[in-house]
Design a protein around this ligand. Structure first.
Ligand SMILES: [Zn+2]
Length: 99
């Protein structure tokens, strides 16, 4: 299973641990091992997988169904066409309309 870490915190850890992970006399393999250990020691970030979906046409005009949660939305609620996310489940709608 994937484990997510905060890239910015990792860079801070590398900066603060430079003296202990890097030495001019070490080999590339030793440096690689030290960096891997530093990455392994980074705490797991609190993240959530991105939900993805598409807006599906319904048989009713001006209504679309979220393919992720199946709730039906009225297109008129999005006068500026800002329907990139499902307001119910948060799914990212980066697909195309499906029939
Ligand atoms: Zn949804």
């Amino acid at each position: 299973m994937a484990r997510y870490i905060d890239a910015e915190k990792l860079k801070c850890s590398i900066d603060s641990e430079t003296d202990s992970i890097f030495d001019w006399d070490m080999t590339i393999e030793e440096l690689y091992y030290n960096l891997c250990k530093l990455i392994d020691d980074e705490p797991t970030a609190d993240v959530q997988p991105v939900k993805r979906g598409t807006w599906e046409n319904t048989n009713t005009p001006n209504q679309l169904r979220c393919s992720n949660c199946e709730i039906i939305h009225f297109i008129a609620q999005y006068p500026h066409g800002e329907i990139n996310y499902c307001p119910n489940c948060g799914a990212r709608m980066d697909g195309v309309l499906s029939e």
